[in-house]
Design a protein around this ligand. Sequence first.
Ligand code: FES
Ligand SMILES: [Fe+2]
Length: 420
Amino acid sequence: MYRWTNPLPGIALTVPVERYTSQAFHDLEVEVVWKHVWQMACRVEDILDAGDFVKYDIADVSVLVVRQRDGSIKAHRNICLHRGRTLKEADGKADSFQCPFHGITWDLDGSLKAMPCKWDFPQVGEEWPLIPVQVDTWGGFVFINLDPEAGPLADFLGDLPKHFETWPLEKRYKQVHVGKVLRCNWKLAQEAFMESWHVVATHAQLLPGIGDTITKYDAWGNFSRTLTPNGIPSPHLRWEPTEQEMMDALTDRNLDQAPVVIVPDGATTRGTMSDNRRKHLEKDLGVEVAQSLSDAEMCDSMPYTLFPNLHPWGSYNRTCYRFRPYGNDPGMSIFECMILSPFEGDTPPRGAELQMVDLDTSWTTVPALGLLARVFDQDDANLPHVQKGLESGSLDEVTFADYQETKIRHFHMVLEQWLA
Ligand code: FES
Ligand SMILES: [Fe+2]
C-alpha cells in the first residue's frame, strides 16, 4: 500500500475505552471541553431577521442565539435569572424573552425589559442581563463559547479559513438539515466519518469507484482533513472495473436499473463527473469560477474536521456533519447532516429547519439526502454494536491505525490537551 508521510508520529495509537462509556469521563468532557470550547451553534441563515433565535443545547446547557435589531448576533444562556426556568423550548422568533413562570422579560440583547413586582426584589438592580455567551461567525456558521474568558474564534480556527478561501462556506445556505439520535457515544459516531478505510467492509458497493486506502490524511492545530480520490478503483478490488462500472458504483446504480450517469465512449468517470458538476455549478458560481475548478475539486472527497465536532467537506461538496452528546448520556449522541448549497445573489435563503429521523429508523425516509441515506444506514448499522462491545468491559483500550486513523488520533491528541 502507498503510504503518505505520517503527520502524527509518536502520538498514541490506543485510547482508554472509558472515553466512550464512562459517565465520569463525559462529565469531565462537559466541564473541561464543552463549557470552554468554540462550537458551531447554527448557521447565519437560520436567524435571518431581527428576533429570530435558535435554541442550541450542549449536554445540559441551553443557549439562545439571537439576531439583533441592528443585524448583529448575540447569545445568552437560555435560563431565567429568577428561579432558573428555561426561557424557550424550541427555535422561533420573538420581540423579547418572557419567562413563562412569573413573566420577567428580557430584550433581544439580554437586557432586563420588564419585571412584575420588581419592588419585592431589593437585591436586583436596574441591570439584570441574561448570562451572556460569546458569539462569532466563520463561513456562515455561528459559533458560541460558554466561557467569557475564551480567546477569539479566529485564533481557535487557525489556518482553517485559508483552506476554504476558494470555496467560501459563507456563500452557501443550509438547504437540508437532518438529524438523528444514535445509540452510541458522540465521539464514536463521528469517528465513523473520519477515515475512509471502513469502506472495504461497511460500504463495499463503493469499492469499484473509490481509492479508499490511498487516501491522504493531514492534521494541523485544531483541524484535520481527509483526501479520498473517487473515480478510481479501490486497491482492495480483485477485478478491473470499466469507467462505467466505476460511475455505477459512485452513483449507487442497482442491477436492474439503467445507468444513473452514462460515461460516453472514450471518456473517464472522473472527466464525466467533473464536467457534469462544473456545468451544474455555473448557475450559482458563474461560468468562469465554475469552469476554473479542477477535476480533483469536482470528484474527490475532502471532509475536514474542526475540533471538537464540526465536519464541513471541502470544495463544492455540500455535505457538513455535526455530532454532539445527547444530554448527559455517554452512550447516546445526536448526528446531524447539513447540505450546504451555493446560492445566487448576496442574501442567503432561509436555512432549512432541522428534520429529525426517529431513533432506529432508516435515513432513506428522508429523500432529500439522496445517495447519502444508504451510506448513513450502513454506518449507523455498526455504531450501536460498537458501543455495546465497548460497554461489555472486554477491552481496556481502543486500537487505532497508525496512518489511516490519523484524524481520530489527532482528535484524541487535542482532547488530551484540553483535559490536561
Ligand atoms: S422563574 Fe422565571 S420569572 Fe420566575
Ligand atoms: Fe461510512
